[in-house]
Design a binder for this molecule. Sequence first.
Ligand code: ADP
Ligand code: MG
Length: 338
Amino acid sequence: MAKIHELSAELTNQIAAGEVIERPASVVKELCENSIDAGATRIRVNFINAGLQEISVQDNGSGIAKDQLDLAFTRHATSKISTQRDLFNISTLGFRGEALASIAAVAHVEILTNTSGANGVSAKFAAGKKLGQEDAAAPQGTKIVVRDLFYNTPARLKYLRSERTEILKIVDIVDRLALGHPEISFTLTNNNKPILKTVGRDDLRLDIANIYGRHLAEKMIKIQGQTPDFKISGLISSAQDTRSTRNFISFLLNGRYVKNYQLTQSLISGYGSKIAAKRYPIAVINIELDPLLVDVNVHPTKQEVRLSKEKELERLITQTITDTLLKNETVSSGVDNL
Ligand code: ADP
Ligand code: MG
């Protein structure tokens, strides 16, 4: 056997990048989440050739200070947590300090960022290394352009699905982030052709109208419920407005879009026998909870989380849906009887 030796930083970054950056949509997710964490009120995403040629994300958030730029692209360097206590009390979407380093390990990255009215800075990274940096005029905020994704990891490139599937995955993640953040205006374009625009007026129904259609949005029903540990709110479709997949159900945990089969099931249970077999509702549910009750540190992509008191939450969801639908029926049949 060969002697044991430490891998180079370049190689460890590439290995780590494989976990966080699976496909173009992962780049979009990570960059948008950074923009959200930076307090942006406007986020613009453009991609070319399903994101393989180029993905750009521009925000009007806090920007990154010139002397912090190298750290921003260093693995496990973050401005979002510092102590072990913070790790179990996460209030930002990011905290692992992996995304920018990972993206720069598997693509060519250009950044233009500015923290204030003064001069900004631009820099280029490739294969995990900074190629150069210079002062540059820029509006407040950050623009990151990612080119030639997976150019140096051919295996990953081969594993990607059709161009159409990769585009759908990009659209899906931007849809979910926009639905989770109606206070932010999202614009998504494919080679500058518009796909999606939300207005950022903090109106979920308006966003649903833009994303799933106005006719459906108008008919969606407001829900609200709480226990001592959880507060839920959002919009759900009536039992008559259904889809053939669960893909139109989104859960946001303190603003983080998460995939959770149990929560989805608890929502569907709330409809009981009102909904036809193999049909699923459309719903956007925000869950507010003490960050101490959720462990986000389960998987590098942070879409899977572990919840304490999950049963309590599931019961709250089912009960709230059942009660809301019942009340809604009584109200509408009351109107019919007039
Ligand atoms: P994390 O989000 O887990 O902290 P990232 O690698 O995604 O790790 O980002 C590293 C750091 O760079 C962040 O902690 C943040 O300070 C800074 N940063 C990244 N993107 C932005 C942005 N769009 N606006 C402002 N700061 C950013
Ligand atoms: Mg991040």
